[in-house]
Design a protein around this ligand. Structure first.
Ligand SMILES: [Zn+2]
Length: 249
């Protein structure tokens, strides 16, 4: 889970390019629950308790209080009331001032890219957060692959498969060790719409901006430096091995 460290209240959400007010009222900003909270909800439901105040038990989506926005990785999720009051619509969401992509519609919720928000982006470090997402996914869930879709070029995807986790990697000469995960990754361009649909149904999917897509590519390419050349493998010319080493304290 990524923790938001910016101010708890903001005077709306402002487009970084044209200063259009995407949300034009005071909002509370909070971190979204961890990626695994849906599993927790399922456990709770077995106990016949009433969580309907917080969670829509049919969709398993959290009910966001009217004045609240939730930070989820590279996006901020708007409450239904904020969506209606500020007429947020479309997928992708287009800024009414500068016509740039500012957000997206995922699982019944409107989300705005934090990188597009003038008064929020300084509290956001994509490189750090995307590593945490990949690392945590690797520790928790080896069944699904991770997909990062480039929102500015909808047919471009980076697919990441976690091969193993909890590996220990020597950190330096003092023989300190760090946890590491091993991933395969490949970039898929010009995805056929049917393949796209299948991929997003069966894998954990994140939508990212073009600039974020390029940062992720760079991180994965740099990851290979940790592995000896002889150990790098290629499968059908698509896959490369990469180590992600990260020290989460
Ligand atoms: Zn704008």
């Amino acid at each position: 889970m990524l923790t938001y460290s910016g101010p708890a209240k903001l005077d709306g959400l402002v487009c970084k390019t044209c200063e259009y007010r995407i949300v034009n009222e005071e909002i509370k900003v909070k971190s979204a629950p961890s990626e695994n909270w849906k599993e927790v909800v399922e456990l709770w439901q077995c106990h016949d308790e009433d969580f309907s105040q917080f969670i829509d038990l049919n969709t398993k989506l959290i009910k966001i209080p009217d004045e609240v926005c939730l930070i989820r990785f590279n996006q901020i999720v708007l409450s239904q009331k904020l969506v209606e009051a500020n007429q947020v619509q479309g997928d992708p969401v287009i800024c009414k001032g500068c016509n740039q992509i500012t957000g997206t519609y995922i699982e019944g919720q409107y989300c705005i890219f934090i990188d597009m928000i003038q008064n929020l982006r300084q509290y956001f470090d994509f490189s750090k957060d995307v590593l945490a997402i990949i690392f945590n996914h690797g520790l928790d869930n080896l069944k699904q692959d991770l997909l990062f879709i480039n929102m500015d070029d909808n047919k471009q995807i980076i697919k990441i498969k976690v091969l193993g986790s909890h590996m220990l990697v020597m950190k330096n000469k003092a023989k300190q060790f760090e946890k590491s995960i091993k991933v395969l990754y490949n970039q898929i361009d010009n995805t056929n719409p049917d393949v796209f649909e299948l991929l997003t149904q069966f894998n954990k999917t994140f939508k990212v901006k073009e600039s974020e897509f390029q940062i992720l590519k760079q991180i994965l390419e740099e990851g290979q430096k940790f592995l000896h050349k002889k150990l790098q493998t290629f499968k059908n010319g698509l896959y490369q091995i990469s180590y992600l080493i990260h020290d989460f304290k």
